[in-house]
Ligand binder design. Structure first.
Ligand code: TXA
Ligand code: MG
Length: 551
């Protein structure tokens, strides 16, 4: 089946898709929040086709969309005064109300729950389509289960091509984040998923109309014995394949924090590019302050003017998809402090960023795990070790999580110094040595001081000498068990260095500081031998196993 894209011009364009819906077919259509994948909610086979097309777990209920308030009554057991109040205040609009369902809603649609989520979209194309079809329309977001929700017709086509007959193209969605889901079965509203209708808006209305709202809180996590209130919230969501990191503005604004992140993520020897989801001003400032080689490694997705949270929300999913597709190794995305739609925005962004808390879905996740090399100034030994390790990674792989082979994991090295001024380049001799030895480029390296943050992001820390390791353990006691000197690590693992370097390593990796090019090259060679021997043990400590064909 070829998926036909119907570019909406007038309601004539909806005749064929509306008829198809009435006959039990599946159609993707625009709403003000995200694109939906619709079918007749009262037809169990049609609903089953939605689950199939999306690859959606059967225990995750669908929202039922109707065109007007009168159409709600037959679908629910009762409309409580609280529900009535929120319907009047916010429908049509980007909100879904969870109510007790009537007999008419088939179990497959509500995933066996006794409730049903009802929504009246404000988007005129969606409403015209639903009224022309003459049936309530069950519709989840029209993405493949697990990927970011679609906010443009091309996103739907990317996920659904060949699986459904029609996508109605109504242009980009105005809100860009899914509806607020509110449970109104009790005395007070419970927000199960934050959206454009905010907690503040809901509590204001409740206060005005004399409803309880004191306990109103966003309940987007598990409740009680692991029973999710909104079953969908337990699944991995909104997740691109590459890792996502949130960047908050520091005292110097967004540009400073983005610049810091970028510099710490452009280690030499890696050619990986960085995706940025940021405002226009940040792009301009970064392009004028970073070196050309650094700037060339960046891929920008500008959401709009700096700090425009609505524009950021509208473009978030499009930005994540686009950067993911561009092949970057990591996405850095602007974070917003709470307030208005920022709550919904951060809810989605944090889900995309929480690589470690996602249950493994049915597709491999991409994840990075870090070994940190530490020396004194972070300009010679540890940056060389970092480059040499990353070079070995590039020549091997792919790598997987050792307990779940569906999860793709890339080991990576980073480096830091125990006593350094941040921001210095690697020494010239160190740069020359790794270029000569492995052809890696250290020119983008900038030194950084060891910190809680760098340590927290590293599963294993290897210091050049016993002294360095002891200092780290003393200053950061919580790292106990993860920090070793080169010699301690050899002892722990039983790894044996080649005889040619063993006697030179009694005090760890010698400091080449103040010596000549030859010494640097010799130290680089020692580091390469050490890393060669340690490589399988490091992988083991990172919880990584090699590729299936053996490395
Ligand atoms: O904006 C939206 O709501 C979009 C557009 C297409 O309307 N739809 C959407 O649907 O986001 P979906 O299926 O991707 O997300 C619906 C969420 C899920 O987290 C689901 O678990 C929850 O709403 N939900 C649906 N029915 C529910 C119910 N009866 N009780 C609790 N949660 C429910
Ligand atoms: Mg969804």
């Amino acid at each position: 089946m070829k998926t036909e894209r119907i570019v909406f011009k007038n309601n004539e364009d909806l005749v064929r898709p509306a008829r198809l819906l009435a006959e039990g077919g599946v159609v993707a259509f625009p709403t003000e929040t995200v694109y939906g994948l619709g079918a007749d909610a009262l037809n169990p086979e049609a609903v089953a086709d939605i689950f199939r097309a999306k690859g959606r777990p059967a225990d995750n209920p669908l929202i039922v969309h109707v065109a007007d308030k009168e159409s709600i009554r037959p679908l629910v057991a009762e409309i409580t005064p609280l529900a009535e109040c929120l319907i009047r205040a916010f429908m049509p609009g980007p909100i879904t109300l969870v109510m007790k369902k009537s007999e008419r809603i088939p179990d497959i649609c509500s995933a066996g729950l006794r409730t049903v989520g009802i929504r009246i979209p404000v988007n005129p194309i969606a409403r015209a389509l639903i009224s022309m079809a003459g049936v309530p329309v069950a519709a989840p977001s029209a993405n493949e289960s697990g990927s970011p929700s679609p906010t443009r017709a091309e996103h739907v086509i990317r996920d659904m091509d060949g699986k459904i007959p029609f996508v109605i193209d109504g242009g980009p969605c105005e809100v860009g984040l899914e509806s607020t889901v509110v449970d109104v079965t009790g005395d007070e509203p419970v927000i199960l998923r934050p959206g454009a209708v905010t907690e503040e808006m809901i509590s204001n209305i409740c206060a005005d109309q004399g409803f309880l709202f004191g306990d109103l809180r966003s309940e987007t996590t598990l409740v009680g014995e692991g029973t999710p209130r909104a079953p969908g919230m337990k699944y991995r969501h909104y997740a691109p394949r590459v890792p996502v990191r949130v960047v908050f503005p520091e005292s110097g604004g967004y540009s400073d924090s983005f610049r810091g992140e970028i510099r710490s993520r452009l280690p030499a020897g890696e050619h990986e590019r960085i995706g940025l989801f940021c405002g226009q001003g940040v792009q301009e400032e970064l392009e004028s302050t970073l070196s050309r080689e650094q700037a060339e490694r960046l891929v920008f997705y500008v959401y709009g003017a700096d700090g425009d949270i609505e524009a950021a929300a509208r473009n978030l999913f499009a930005g994540l998809r686009s950067l993911d597709k561009s092949g970057v190794g990591v996405i850095l995305a602007a974070g917003f402090e709470v307030g208005k739609i920022a709550t919904a925005y951060m809810n989605r962004l944090e889900k995309a960023a929480s690589a470690d808390t996602r249950p493994a879905g049915d597709r491999p996740l991409a994840e990075r795990r870090t070994v940190l090399f530490v020396c004194t100034g972070n300009t010679c030994r540890s940056p060389m070790a970092e480059a040499i390790f990353n070079d070995s990674v590039e020549r091997r792989g792919p790598f997987f999580d050792s307990t779940d082979q569906r999860i793709l994991v890339t080991p990576q090295a980073r480096s830091a110094g125990i006593s350094t001024v941040s921001g210095h380049p690697a020494s010239d001799y160190a740069e020359d040595a790794v270029r000569e030895l492995i052809g890696a480029d250290l020119s983008g390296h900038r030194s950084r001081m060891i910190s809680d943050r760098v340590l927290a992001e590293s599963r294993l820390v290897l210091a050049v000498s016993d002294y360095h390791a002891a200092r780290i353990r003393a200053e950061f006691p919580e790292t106990e068990g993860r920090v070793f000197s080169i010699n301690e690590y050899a002892e722990k693992t039983g790894a044996i260095f080649p005889g040619s370097i063993r006697f030179k390593m009694t005090d760890g990796v010698p400091d080449p500081f103040c010596s000549g090019a030859d010494e640097y090259l010799e130290i680089a060679g020692m580091l390469r031998s050490v890393i060669e021997v340690f490589f399988p043990y490091i992988l083991m400590d990172l919880g990584i196993s090699g590729s299936h064909n053996g490395t």
